[in-house]
Design a protein around this ligand. Structure first.
Ligand code: SAH
Length: 465
């Protein structure tokens, strides 16, 4: 079984730093199911190819395993496992290219988040769903796909095609993305997994599917096949993906945003919020700031306008929102010095993400109420325990104030996608609990015109450590 990965982004030999494998050396690794070899058939600055060759020992696989003494079925000895891409390849990717799969490069950290011109070839992949299924898995991820079917036996063409294909992918992606796609989709294509599928497979699927699986049109089939048709696990995985799945929301989000904006317009609440957040970020002296759930990038624009913010990162789970942001900020035409200060990334606040580490401050403007209550705990850990910026500025609606919006029926939220809205008491209790658990101090401040009884329309918490 052979996988080759080629880049033609100059200097192509950087691939060696990303894979943590020296292009000048061939290396071999012992794995539980056989041997893996890594070598570079070509390594020039224009074009560099890394090859991962797996030698699977089908007899070693069954020897000594419970049940292997019984029956001696022939397919233990004669099977396709040594020749095709299967879940063994995923295991090999995780073990041999683990840092690259996690999006890290020890020697050249900036490389890991750089999109490269990549090509991948899988010499043989079984796919019972045929070419159409193969394409439906990889094309939505932005690859140019070419597929070569193999006949069952070239000497007997009348027998027709086999279930085996050679697959070639081409696209401009981060290496980490390509490896994650292969890690999840190769076992899906093979539709049989060599090891027992348990709860931790759900975690693996969600971890390696992060940022792309939730929006994939075939996500149901992918989860079902990846989890070997275990219905309970599949339901769990899909319900946890929904949280990231903004497809439905996307079609209506502009409408809803207008509805919320209309409601809040009279008091120009959005301007109040941006002003208040920028003022806090200046006051605490933050130089690097991330705007998490940046939406269309209104805060990013204000941050870029102020040179004290040297490094600005915008993250959102929604591709559409990021496209809007990049349009509105005129990213294409932005001068290089300005562009160098800004990074826009797709990601979800409910999964740990290394890219969020090392910032002075994080802003989350009207985002927390979009998270599923069941995922708040994960979000708290991602932000306050892993990303751990020195300051967090977070705003959310004050539900006590909703009675002041004449057109909002009692008990309804300001926006259809809000999963909850906190009263002042609820918000304070949440903020204080999170702060004390994670070792932060917290202040709560009103934003917008304050009413003597119901308070201000927006509430803001400033966490510091
Ligand atoms: N902060 C922006 C947008 C607020 S709307 C502003 O004030 O204008 C909420 C945003 O949170 C949306 O863009 C939505 O896509 C994003 N979002 C929702 N769930 C998210 C998650 N799990 N991770 C990251 N962003 C998320």
């Amino acid at each position: 079984m052979l996988l080759t990965i080629t880049t033609s982004t100059f200097p192509a030999t950087d691939l060696g730093f990303l894979l943590h494998k020296n292009p000048a050396r061939a290396q071999s690794f012992d794995l539980s199911f056989g041997k893996a070899h890594v070598f570079y058939p070509e390594a020039a600055e224009q074009r560099c190819t890394a090859a991962l060759l797996l030698e699977i020992d089908p007899i070693g696989l069954v020897r000594g395993k419970p049940g292997s003494g019984e029956g001696h079925s022939l397919d233990q000895y004669v099977n396709d496992r040594p020749y095709v891409a299967s879940s063994f390849l995923s295991v090999a990717i995780a073990q041999i290219f683990g840092s690259a799969l996690a999006g890290r490069s020890k020697e050249r950290p900036e490389l890991a988040s750089k999109p490269l011109k990549l090509e991948a070839t899988l010499s043989v992949i079984p796919c019972r769903g045929g070419e159409a299924f193969l394409r439906s898995l990889f094309e939505p991820l932005g690859y140019r796909v070419s597929v070569e079917p193999h006949s069952l036996d070239p000497t007997f063409p009348e027998w027709g095609d086999s279930v085996y294909f050679t697959l070639h992918l081409q696209g401009t992606r981060m290496l980490q993305e390509l490896l994650s796609h292969l890690y999840v989709l190769v076992p899906v294509l093979d539709n049989s997994k060599h090891y027992w599928v348990g709860e931790d497979e759900v975690e693996k699927l969600l971890r390696h599917g992060e940022g792309w699986l939730a929006g994939h049109p075939e996500k149901d089939a992918i989860a079902r096949r990846y989890l070997k048709h275990r219905r309970d696990l599949c339901r769990d995985a899909l319900s946890r993906l929904v949280d990231d799945d903004l497809e439905e929301l996307e079609s209506t989000r502009e409408n809803q945003a207008r509805q919320e904006a209309g409601l809040e317009e009279k008091i120009r609440l959005h301007d109040h919020r941006m002003g208040a957040v920028v003022a806090v970020l200046r006051e605490v002296g933050a130089k690097s700031v991330m705007d998490l759930g940046c939406g269309e990038g209104r805060l990013l624009r204000d941050l870029l306008a102020d040179k004290t913010f040297e490094r600005v990162l915008g993250m959102d789970v929604s591709h559409r929102a990021l496209e809007f942001a990049s349009d509105k900020l005129k990213l294409e035409r932005m001068p290089d010095i300005q562009k160098a200060r800004l990074q826009l990334i797709q990601g979800s606040l409910t999964y740990r993400d290394k890219r969020l580490e090392g910032f002075d401050a994080a802003a989350l403007i009207e985002v927390v109420e979009h998270l599923d209550p069941g995922r708040l705990d994960a979000f708290e850990r991602v932000l306050f325990e892993h990303a751990k910026p020195r300051f967090v500025v977070l705003t959310t609606p004050n539900s006590d104030y909703n009675v002041k919006f004449e057109t909002l029926p009692a008990g309804q939220f300001r926006h259809k996608d809000h999963r909850f809205e906190w009263s002042r008491v609820d918000f304070r209790a949440w903020a204080e609990r999170v702060a004390s658990r994670a070792g932060y101090q917290v202040r709560i401040l009103p934003v917008g015109p304050e009413d003597a009884v119901v308070g201000a329309p927006t509430q803001m918490a400033v966490f510091s450590r």
